[in-house]
Design a protein around this ligand. Structure first.
Ligand code: ADP
Ligand code: GLC
Length: 507
């Protein structure tokens, strides 16, 4: 931190964070961004719901202590109480506060199970959000910045600017709302509005209502001082009607306050030179032998033909419409005809689970995979594959392509959102080989996907070309420090807007 910069008190709020809970990239980001801000010299408190069932088996996350504090809120006529636990984020000074409310959060999953989303998600996350200003008050946290992530926390900026306006310890607090995925908005029926604890007059099309529903993400986008999303390309895309998921109007209205900041990766957790979950560790110079060992093991574990020369295409993903699984399903025979093996790991929508789980039997020895969430297997697929597939319909940032680059695994992606911002296509021209790191296609079609895999296989068959691509990828810097610096600029702008508002209020 330079002398001119001051140490900020930052409260980061999210519904999930590694190592406590995880369904996707949000958890990686809220954990590692908090740590990067801490490294930059700021005082960071991370507040999460406590999901005791999900802590089991995660040793760092299991060390949780009670604070002895109790909170109570009126949830639409019912008094609901919660405790507060604390823990620490490994390798950092970040303090973690876990909201303990077993009725809401001691469940087998975070947001829903195979029968769909939990029926009381509005209540669960309104409760969590409403506790945040109360926690700040009771613990005298006096944050400069309340950094909210995704719809689960969208109510917080609204509370801060209305119900809690002028509250001691929160008068100077600025709010920042980060969109990790605009497709999930926290839309609920209007009769759930009283759960928000907000006066009814805010239920209007400029603030908390969208298309006839209570919309918690829109609430955050309307009230926060600054908005961010997780890549520059996605920041542009979501302001267009075709990608705005019904909120492009709100986003255009606030476009001057919206910044796209590409996520970084946790270079300690995702480091092929030290990763304890993979069969052999390797660096840029030892990658040929290291990756060969990892590939052989991956082929063995997933029942693939043991052939070091067949290019192995990996995929680790939430099984959701966003991820382009329909293209894979439609093109699977042509993909295999390109001469690859395919290994997948994923969990999510039942129809994609059924679709994928049938493949290893149908294409024995050529496709292997597993339905489930398995961190070690995710690391092994990153290390042992030659190529990594992400044909996303849209992708706010995407982390797996960055993990792949670091692991010397060449990404094959659809060039949208964060994928466009992090993977440089190799178009076969010698001039591009200096910079290219992977293969990207633009049009969302099976033909384009198959042609791009064919292009990738052709390059794989040219060892000099392939080696350059792997080299270029492994040399990229995806550390969080750069992104954390960009967030700090956003925080400064948010603080300025609070002080201009206060000055305007006084004059
Ligand atoms: P999203 O957040 O949309 O799911 P990202 O690429 O940003 O996509 O992040 C996904 C994260 O979740 C990555 O760390 C990835 O390795 C992990 N992940 C996804 N599915 C699984 C799974 N089935 N098992 C283990 N890790 C998974
Ligand atoms: C979301 C997005 C993903 C992004 C992640 C972390 O889940 O789908 O693209 O990387 O959030 O920001």
């Amino acid at each position: 931190m330079s002398g001119a910069e001051r140490r900020l008190r930052i409260v980061m709020v999210a519904s999930e964070a590694v190592p406590f809970s995880k369904t996707g990239g949000l958890a990686d980001v809220s954990g590692s961004l908090s740590r990067a801000l801490d490294r930059a010299g700021h005082d960071v408190v991370l507040i999460l719901p406590d999901y005791p069932a999900l802590r089991q088996g995660r040793s760092e996350a299991a060390i949780v202590n009670g604070t002895g504090l109790q909170f109570s809120l009126d949830m639409n006529g019912r008094a609901v109480t919660a405790g507060l636990n604390w823990a620490s984020l490994p390798d950092s000074q970040v303090r973690v506060l876990l909201v303990s409310q077993p009725e809401y959060f001691d469940r087998s999953h975070l947001y829903g199970d195979t029968s769909g989303s939990y029926f009381d998600n509005c209540e669960r996350f309104c409760f969590f959000s409403r506790l945040i200003p109360e926690i700040c008050r009771k613990l005298v946290l006096q944050p400069d910045i309340l950094h909210c992530n995704d719809w689960h926390t969208g109510l917080i900026p609204a509370l801060l600017n209305t119900v809690y306006a002028g509250t001691r310890g929160l008068e100077q607090t600025a709010s920042v709302m980060t969109i990790h995925n605009l497709a999930y908005q926290g839309q609920f029926q209007d009769y759930e509005f009283p759960l928000t604890g907000m006066p009814r007059r805010y239920y209007n099309m400029y603030q908390m209502e969208a298309w006839g529903h209570l919309n918690l993400l829109k609430t955050g986008l309307s009230f926060a001082d600054q908005l961010t999303t997780v890549s520059p390309s996605y920041a542009d895309e979501i302001c267009l009607p075709e990608n705005g998921c019904g909120l492009d109007g709100v986003l255009r209205h606030r476009q001057s306050d919206l910044v796209g900041i590409l996520n970084g990766i946790d270079e300690q957790i995702w480091d092929p030179a030290a990763d304890p979950m993979i069969s052999a560790n390797y660096t840029l110079s030892s990658r040929a032998s290291g990756k060969a060992t990892c590939k052989q093991k991956l082929q063995e574990v997933f029942g693939l033909d043991q052939d070091p020369t067949t290019p192995l295409l990996g995929m680790v993903t939430r099984l959701a419409d966003q991820k382009g699984l329909d293209l894979i399903a439609a093109g699977i025979e042509r993909i295999l005809a390109a001469g690859v093996q395919f290994v997948f790991l994923g969990t999510g929508d039942a129809r994609y689970e059924q679709l994928l789980s049938a493949l290893p039997r149908r294409f024995s020895g050529r496709i292997g995979g597993r339905i489930g969430f398995d961190e070690a297997a995710a690391h092994q697929i990153e290390a042992g594959s030659d190529m990594f597939l992400m044909p996303s319909r849209f992708e706010p940032c995407g982390l797996n392509q960055m993990y792949s680059l670091r692991y010397g695994t060449v990404p094959v992606v659809r060039g949208v959102g964060g994928l466009a911002d992090s993977v440089i296509d190799y178009d076969g021209q010698p001039g591009t080989l200096d910079r290219a790191t992977g293969f990207a296609f633009r049009e969302y079609s099976t033909d384009q996907l198959v042609q791009t895999i064919v292009r990738a296989v052709a390059s794989y068959r040219q060892p000099d070309v392939w080696s350059r691509l792997v080299d270029n990828g492994m040399r990229q810097d995806w550390s969080w420090d750069r992104s954390a610096a960009a967030y700090l600029q956003v925080y400064e702008r948010a603080l300025q807007s609070v002080s201009s508002r206060q000055q305007a209020g006084r004059s």
